[in-house]
Design a protein around this ligand. Structure first.
Ligand code: TXA
Ligand code: MG
Length: 353
């Protein structure tokens, strides 16, 4: 059975943190909150412990794990030939939602890195996460705490849905504040490259280390299918909703009109319809189940709300889901990256007639 404990974000609950730390030291699995999404943690230096993560998630064994640390100096224990940019980015964005890919030291087991010679390192900002890593006194390998193929968990109840009964403990630390997985930057060879967009945007990175490009293989459906993303996890479809998800793009009033039209048609022919709207538009939709994922005035609320709404439409067994689209800049890059993948890149462009 899985022990589930609620912890406030100050993590004063040291006895239970101690308990969780002991499970990790003994090679067990503990799900814990981070500022991005919930992580499924295990001792990163223990190959058997890492292997348990793959099993619990149903994750392909070539998809490496991110190693979470509690202090910047630990980067040097795990990585070698660390370029100056890594220190600059770490100083600026850690603790926080940034993962650095570096050449690994021999001590990092291949089970943790999916067989690669590089290692992904992140120093999270969430207080519970940091206390847990410090208390355990080990490095914690932690992918998102969902079953492979489901959206990343932004609440403990999502972790419970996916992994209850299969792991040792779940720490409920409330809602993940950011809601999208960390930005991944590869610094292991040649020019720095963004392997996964996230809340630390391209612009923010460029302010620190100069021009940086996205891995061309993650840039949507028009990429050459022979190109393989450098982050192995990005090659998987990841998550496909139960129903068919279509994104509508164009001027907002036209998008609302087009979605109303198709939603009306589908509900009238007896299908269950879901609509992904925003605070600004939700009252203009008249058919199906309408859910706002956040406010367009604050893009961060949209990032924070996306995964929970996708899970909710699955629970409702929606057969058709229609979504508004979001500006493809700054945080919108990360939002659209996840939304487009969930939609299998199915996008309808709406133009004024
Ligand atoms: O925000 C996050 O990063 C969350 C929280 C829990 O920290 N973790 C997370 O882990 O999103 P996961 O396993 O769901 O995604 C890790 C991604 C995968 O796409 C994986 O392929 C990539 O990081 N990755 C890990 N190690 C890598 C490496 N050495 N080289 C390239 N990509 C790597
Ligand atoms: Mg994941």
């Amino acid at each position: 059975i899985t022990k589930i404990v609620k912890m406030d974000s100050e993590a004063q609950n040291t006895e239970e943190l101690e308990y969780a730390a002991n499970i990790l030291k003994a090679g067990g699995l503990v799900a814990f909150p981070t500022e991005t999404v919930y992580g499924l943690g295990a001792n990163a230096m223990n190959p058997e412990a890492s292997t348990k993560i793959y099993k619990a998630k149903g994750r392909p064994s070539d998809n490496p794990l991110i190693v979470h640390i509690a202090q910047v100096e630990d980067m040097e224990v795990l990585a070698k030939e660390i370029p100056e940019e890594a220190y600059q980015l770490a100083r600026t964005f850690w603790p926080g939602p940034l993962t650095l890919i570096l050449k690994k030291q021999d001590c990092v087991p291949k089970e943790t890195t999916g067989g690669l010679d590089t290692v992904a390192i992140r120093l999270p900002a969430n207080h519970i996460a940091r206390e847990l890593i410090s208390k355990a006194g080990i490095f914690i390998a932690a992918p998102s705490a969902n079953k492979s193929g489901k959206p990343s968990p932004t609440k403990a109840e999502h972790v419970i849905q996916d992994l209850d009964g299969e792991i040792d403990m779940i720490i409920d630390g409330g809602k993940a504040t950011l809601g999208l997985e960390s930005t991944i930057v590869d610094l292991s060879s040649g020019a720095p490259m963004i392997l996964r967009p996230g809340c630390i945007t391209k612009r923010m990175l460029e302010n620190v280390i100069g021009v940086i490009d996205y891995d061309p293989a993650i840039m949507g459906k028009n990429v050459d299918p022979n190109m393989i993303p450098k982050a192995p996890g990005m090659k998987y479809r990841h998550y496909a909703p139960e129903g068919s998800l279509t994104i509508y793009e164009g001027e907002m009033a036209e998008v609302v009109k087009a979605i109303n039209l198709i939603a009306k048609e589908k509900t009238q022919s007896g299908s269950r319809v879901g609509i992904i709207a925003t605070d600004e538009t939700k009252e203009y939709y008249h058919y199906g189940t309408v859910k706002s994922i956040g406010s367009r005035k604050e893009e961060a609320t949209i990032a924070a709300g996306l995964y929970a709404v996708l899970r909710e439409f699955d629970e409702l067994h929606s057969e058709y889901i229609f979504s508004e689209s979001f500006a493809d800049n700054s945080l919108g890059q990360a939002i659209m990256n996840r939304l487009l993948k969930a939609a299998g890149y199915h996008i309808v462009k709406v133009y004024e007639k």
